[in-house]
Each structure stands twice: as C-alpha cells, then as structure tokens.
Design a protein around this ligand. Structure first.
Ligand code: X2X
Length: 338
C-alpha cells in the first residue's frame, strides 16, 4: 500500500510537471507577410517587445517576417494561425478573406469614402467589427485588435491612370483573392494573382504593369516609387490588419498574461494606425509630396473620376455583398452613420 501511494505521488508529480511544461511554449511564432520596415512590421516588433516586458519574459514572441511561415501562399495565413503553425499573426484582412468570407466587407469596391478613416474606425469599433471578431473566435482565432495596412492605391510604370479607359488591358498584380480579380476584370484590366514574396521582383522585371497597395505601409518601405513612376490615389478600398492569436495558445495564458498581451496589442496597434495614416489626410497632404520628391507623378482622382470607377465595379459590389452577408454590410452602414 505504501508503495502504491509512493508510486501515485510520483506519477502525480510527473503529470503536473508535464502540464506545467506544456502550458507555455519557449517561443511563440508570429506571422507577417511583409518585412520589418514600415508601420506594419515595426508595430509587430513593438508588440513582441512589450509582451516580453509586461510578462517578465514568460511570453516570448519571435516574428517570422516576409511570409516565412506560410511558404509562399499568403492567403493560407488564417488557416496556419488556426492550426497553430503560427501562434500570432498581424495579418491583412485580404489575406484572411479567402477563409473568412465576411472580411471581404473591406474589399467591397468604393464602399468607404475617399479618406474615409472615420468610417473605417466606426465599423471596426462598431457592431460590424464585433461580429467579425466573434466570427473568427468561433474559428479558432482570438482577435486582439485592429491595425491598418491602409487604403490601397494604384501604381504602374506606364502612364497616369485617371479614368477606367486608362487601365484597359493593363496587367495588374493582385492578391490571390477572387474579389480582386473580379474588380480589375470589371475595369477592363488584366489582373494576375501573385504572392507578395514574388511580386516585387515581378515589378522590377516589368512582368506586370502595375499593382495596388497602401502608401505608408507598403509603397514607401518597399520603395515602389523606384519602379513605378505613376500613382493613382483613389482609396478604392481599405485593407485593415487584425492582430490575432491562436485560441488554444490564448487559453493557456494566465489571466495576468492575457491582460499584458491585450495592453501591448492596444499600444502597438494605436501607434501603427497613426503611422499608417500619417501625412495622408487632407488636400495635397505631405505623403503625396514625398512621393513626388521620389519622382512619382501623383494623380488624385476627382470625385467625378472616382464615380466612374465606382460605376464600373458596381456589379462586383452587388455580387459580393451577398457573399459578405447582407446583414453585416447593413450593420457596417449603421456603424458609419453613428
Ligand atoms: O500582398 C499584398 O499586396 C499585401 C502585402 O498588401 C498584403 O499582404 C495584402
């Protein structure tokens, strides 16, 4: 009997040691599609640093930049995060939208106004944003907050694009997300799907004529102005980021560490959003002047020109509100009114 008790004690000890060791990983992997430069990458570094400090080193996050964790296919990021190949990700809603259909809300063409940053904030903070975070939570990812890649603008090496006629037949690189292919086909362009990891080389080699990306988080850090001399500022859609964590990892963190992670996310993301929008608001803002100083010709669409692009892409909009969910679209519109 004594022996049995001793054995049970030993087994008990081993089990509890095992559980404690399994509870926290030595290192948590964080996925990013882009590199360390610019608001997107820098805020991830800031987040990991804050988490480490605030948890006294208990939660140690290593960032895998440039899409290293998803081996090329950026639209797999949400799946990898849900499976735990990545523990954290600061991901573009576009890359996650092939898995999470409601995220196509942000890719509806011309849904938000030109420089409609207040509308974007209202949707993220409002019922639509809550619905989306609930939706991803049911699919194994806890949303820690919203960041921003930005409103996506069109760049190319050939000519200034002012009307839908100008873009006809142009080969435009887009993310491998169906709505993007459809938008550019509706405009008469020739969209090609390419992962970001191989896109920049393709731009340099003129394999494609153009691309679309936000100014502060991508065009400037990647020096797209060295390759593309023309930019059309049209704010045709917004690309928010979500900082997400795998739900199984999340449950293992103590309440205290969860709080530290939430606070770190809030701080890093507030900074990130500010940087992503810096110099972009108002008429002829400093960021456009910066691009001009780098040799770019900046074309800002007039409301009338923008309306032409909007009209051309209306069938795509009408089709995709059903895929996003009519209720979610309505809820976002309500949020914007508040
Ligand atoms: O691939 C892109 O264009 C990028 C970097 O903006 C995204 O990840 C959506």
């Amino acid at each position: 009997m004594k022996r049995l008790v001793a054995l049970l004690v030993v087994v008990g000890l081993l089990v509890s040691v095992g559980v404690a060791a399994a509870a926290y990983k030595k290192e948590y992997k964080m996925s990013l599609v882009v590199g360390p430069k610019g608001p997107w990458g820098e805020s991830a570094t800031m987040f990991a640093k804050l988490v480490k400090e605030k948890t006294n080193g208990r939660v140690n996050i290593k960032i895998f930049f440039g899409g290293q964790l998803f081996a090329g296919k950026q639209t797999n990021e949400f799946l990898l995060l849900r499976q735990g190949v990545a523990d954290f990700a600061l991901g573009s809603t576009i890359n996650w939208s092939t898995t999470i259909k409601p995220l196509n809300l942000f890719s509806l063409p011309f849904f938000f106004n030109f420089q409609g940053y207040n509308q974007v904030d209202a949707v993220e903070k409002g019922n639509a944003g809550k619905y989306i975070f609930n939706y991803i939570a049911k699919r194994g990812v806890v949303g820690l907050g919203w960041g921003e890649n930005g409103f996506r603008e069109l760049t190319n090496w050939k000519k200034a694009i002012k009307t839908p006629d100008d873009i006809k037949g142009m080969k435009i690189r887009v993310v491998g997300s169906p709505i993007f292919i459809e938008i550019f086909r509706a405009l008469g362009a020739n969209p090609v799907n390419m992962n970001w990891g191989s896109a920049v080389t393709a731009f340099q080699q003129h394999t494609v004529d153009g691309e679309e990306n936000p100014i502060n988080a991508v065009i400037i850090p990647y020096k797209i102005y060295d390759i593309h001399k023309y930019i059309t500022v049209w704010d045709y859609l917004i690309d928010p980021l979500i900082l997400g964590v795998n739900a199984r990892d999340w449950k293992q963190f103590s309440k205290e560490d969860q709080k530290a992670i939430v606070e770190s996310a809030a701080k890093a993301l507030a900074w990130e959003k500010k940087q992503a929008r810096k110099g972009l608001i108002g008429e002829n803002p400093p960021a456009y002047k910066f691009l001009e100083s780098k040799g770019m010709k900046v074309t800002v669409l007039t409301p009338a020109q923008r309306a032409l692009f909007k009209a051309k892409t209306k069938p795509v909009f009408d089709k995709w509100i059903k895929i996003v969910g009519v209720e979610l679209v309505q809820s976002a519109m309500e949020d914007m009114k508040k």
